[in-house]
Write a protein that binds this ligand. Structure first.
Ligand code: G3P
Length: 225
């Protein structure tokens, strides 16, 4: 499973890249809003940091298909070929995805709450579909189950489209997605940190250092040189 950072704060992105094996960055207008900065500058800054080969997701904001196509062309010109343009999985969005497919611009059908939305986005030509796991859970449905149903639809219909599971609020949700061999997931820095935020892990690591120090009076193997 590929793992993306669902955030646009450059310092958080740099920190997560330093400590964790991640594959790229996903954004949307609300995530960009949280930075309080010019969105174009933010996207360029993220691209400069992650390099030309990592995937960066940025969303078209226009509400009609023609505007989405223009937004998508502009975004990909601005931040490079490994940029995937997120397009809401709505009728206008499907129209835009079909047009962008013909132009060779890769898209992610986003705002996915139902399996058949994902089916239509994939059939229209999206490279990814992004179901919103936590938001689905909050509606009283089972977000993980919706992801499983989407995976099944894509596989059984030989659709060349990958699931990018999104909208997580805890590591349990991401673990369930990883268990099912989902293609990709995107999570905020705090959710990624929570994969290993556990007193038992810290305690075990501290015990090893402390026992070694009691044995040798040193805190690292290198100190024994
Ligand atoms: O990538 C989509 C995602 O950002 C939505 O997540 O946390 O706003 O439900 P959230």
């Amino acid at each position: 499973m590929k793992l993306f950072i669902d955030d646009a704060h450059i310092e958080d992105i740099k920190r997560i890249y330093e400590y964790y094996p991640v594959d790229g960055v996903t954004t949307n207008p609300s995530i960009l809003y949280k930075t309080g900065k010019n969105p174009l500058e933010t996207l360029k800054e993220i691209r400069a940091f992650i390099g030309p080969d990592a995937e960066l997701f940025a969303q078209a904001v226009a509400e009609d298909a023609e505007g989405m196509v223009k937004d998508a062309r502009f975004i990909t010109e601005l931040v490079g070929k490994n940029t995937v343009v997120k397009i809401p999985s709505t009728p206008e969005g499907f129209k835009a995805i079909m047009a962008l497919k013909k132009e060779g611009i890769r898209t992610c059908g986003t705002v996915v709450y139902t399996p058949m939305q994902a089916y239509l986005a994939a059939k229209a030509g999206a490279s990814y579909v992004a179901p919103y796991v936590n938001r689905i859970d909050n509606m009283g449905y089972d977000g993980v189950k919706v992801v499983a149903e989407i995976q099944e639809i894509l596989k059984n219909n030989n659709m060349d489209c990958e699931v990018l599971a999104a909208s997580f609020k805890n590591s349990q949700q991401v673990m369930e997605i990883a268990r099912m061999g989902c293609g990709s997931a995107t999570a905020s820095p705090s959710v990624i940190d929570a994969f290993v935020r556990n007193a038992a892990i810290d305690g075990a690591v501290n015990d090893f250092v402390s026992d070694f120090e009691k044995l040798t009076g040193r805190r690292t193997m290198t100190d024994l040189k």
